[in-house]
Design a protein around this ligand. Sequence first.
Ligand SMILES: [Zn+2]
Length: 222
Amino acid sequence: MQISKGSIKRIVVFGPQGSGKGTQAEMISQDLNLPWIATGNIYRQHIQEQTELGKIAEQYIKEGKLVPDDITNKLVAERLKERDAHKGFIFDGYPRNIDQAKIFSDMVKIDAVLEIAISDEEAISRISGRRVCPCGVSYHIMNNPPKKEGLCDKCGESLIHREDDTEPVIKERLAIYHHDTEPVLDMYLKQGILIRINGEQSIADVHKEIFLKLNNEGFAKK
Ligand SMILES: [Zn+2]
């Protein structure tokens, strides 16, 4: 698929956990031949290379804390200087709050913001149904169940329901997402660049809706 006008090149993708945001971001990145820039990957690269910022970020991540905004903003600014990002990008996981969004606006002009919207109930159902095997295979009790309940099809091991995938943990993360991200989405709505996508469809249909809406000529003029 192609974006008709070729003018929408700097895109940010939002969505709660379970929305498939990362999958969609990666797909759009391939379609448009633009880099997929996820903050998680930026942290990993800097930690691996043990850069000054990477060492600081590592301390927070090790302690299970969020990397402070000023560190993240600096890492993003550096990433934007890399050659591949000059022609455009698909950002995923940044900006995650209004302070980051304001700094980001000073760094670069955004063409479109995609919100992959799913209800909290849907997010909880998708994530809490996940079961993983130590061998790496993952299942979903409703959408992709193993042949024998609780056992891996591939290796026969007992499946695990990770602590992170339990309802109380998901609810807490959703609350943080709403609190931190909604003001950001409001800001982009006011700028006329927010595109809401129904995330409660198949991966292929979500992908299709994104392209239909990006191709809508009236969009960029709003
Ligand atoms: Zn297994």
